[in-house]
Design a protein around this ligand. Structure first.
Ligand code: FDA
Length: 384
């Protein structure tokens, strides 16, 4: 048995950050052969590492106030300063999203160097077989031996992308130590509709996607299996199986424009005029779903109004989602009422900390989930 003051399970975004703050005599264990694999593939290989506009409103979970403390103590400016100190060039893309100019592996290298400078050790390819707690110490049983510690940090993330080694380990261990789990579900995930939209695969259009809980105005992308694109990914986090969603794909002022064009281009087919404002393949598809026959001159004000109303409130009920196979994150997780929002320490078992995606705090698309991983990791690491 080997003793370390602190053991961190999971060498992902949150675990590496916690290690950088927890300091000497910290051992980070991971079953993967490489650390930070999700960082590596994130943001199309350039890692959308944070956002310029981070508030608790960009996160959801049973207690919307919970992330406030950690986010305030380690802000996006702190991470930007860290990135800049390591000479990593970055740029803002859209909506405050910050990406590396180069590769996302720069972020992994930065975290590893911070962690090593703090005196923490990384041990990969280690299978966790179980954890017990006795006499104020944790014992972590692995295929490489048993390790004991005073502080145990659960940072093994959520269930998204099992192919990359995601497991429900943090939930199982948290439950074992008395924590409730808010039912995990795939989030930031494409929604499926059988093959209904297959003819439109690849078509993209601006959209406001909404339901009773949320509304996002971003791009919509049709796929062979359903709907994707930022507007849908964002809304998927607020969608529950069996519920309808609403799409507003009506371009601004379309009704006024069509009425005006009726005077000058009345002989043009309605579909031809609509295709000036919406993707032609989408108009062709919509013509099969609703009556778009006739010339513009044939359309009454009421008819044009009906068409615009339909485009503004297209109600659809997804068959499901693509699930954990492609979900960017897992919503739900370890219930926050069992954790200190300041330190991420368990209220049930002193010395136990739970951070990152494993916790019931889920961010929007756009760098928010990494900011939560950095902030919750820093909160636990500082407290240890
Ligand atoms: P994370 O999943 O990063 O790390 C968990 C670690 O635990 C892994 O190293 C894993 O191997 C290990 N582990 C799991 N089970 C284990 C077990 N049983 N035993 C031992 N080790 C185990 N976010 C964002 O803000 N900007 C972005 O650009 C993107 N892009 C993006 C793209 C894709 C394709 C995905 C899937 C996700 C994103 N995300 C994102 C989300 C982001 O990657 C995610 O929220 C963070 O990585 C979560 O950090 P954690 O450290 O909590 O988990």
């Amino acid at each position: 048995m080997t003793y370390h003051r602190t053991i961190i399970l999971g060498a992902g975004a949150a675990g590496l950050m916690a290690a950088a703050f927890a300091g000497p005599d910290t051992l980070v264990l991971d079953h993967a052969a490489k650390p930070g694999e999700k960082i590596r593939i994130s943001g199309g290989g350039r890692c959308n590492f944070t956002n310029l506009d981070v508030t608790a409103a960009n996160f959801h979970g049973q207690n919307p106030h919970f992330p406030k403390s950690a986010l305030a103590r380690y802000t996006h400016w702190d991470f930007i300063e860290l990135v800049s100190r390591h000479g990593i060039a970055w740029h803002e893309k859209t909506l405050g999203q910050l990406f590396c100019d180069g590769k996302s592996t720069q972020i992994i290298d930065m975290l590893l160097s911070e962690m090593r400078d703090a005196g923490a050790i990384l041990q990969l390819s280690t299978q966790i077989e179980g954890v017990t707690h006795q006499g104020g110490q944790f014992a972590v049983r692995t295929d490489k031996g048993t390790y004991t510690c005073d502080n145990l940090v659960l940072a093994t993330g959520g269930k998204s992308i099992p192919k990359m080694g995601a497991t429900g380990l943090a939930y199982d261990l948290a439950r074992q130590f008395g924590h409730d789990i808010v039912t995990p579900r795939p989030a930031l995930v494409p929604l499926t509709f059988g093959d209904r939209f297959a003819p439109l695969a690849g078509v993209s259009t601006p959209c406001t996607a909404s339901n009773d809980r949320a509304r996002f105005s971003e791009a919509l992308l049709f796929t062979h299996r359903g709907l994707s694109g930022p507007a849908i990914l964002q809304l998927s986090s607020y969608w529950h199986e069996g519920e309808a969603i609403w799409l507003d794909i009506c371009p601004a002022a379309l009704l006024d424009t069509l009425r005006a064009q009726r005077q000058t281009q009345g002989r043009h087919a309605l579909t031809t005029e609509l295709a000036r404002h919406l993707p032609a393949r989408l108009v062709e598809f919509l013509a099969g779903e609703m009556d778009l026959t006739g010339n513009l001159a044939d359309q009454s004000d009421a008819r044009l109004g009906d068409i615009c109303d339909t485009l503004s409130a297209w109600m659809l009920t997804p068959a499901g989602s693509e699930g954990y196979r492609t979900a960017e994150v897992t919503a739900g997780g370890v219930a926050t009422d069992g954790l200190s929002s300041k330190t991420m320490e368990s209220k049930h078992l002193p010395g136990l900390y739970i951070i990152g995606e494993a916790v019931d705090v889920t961010g929007w698309l756009g760098g928010y989930n990494f900011q939560w991983a950095w902030a919750s990791g820093a909160a636990a690491g500082r407290a240890i």
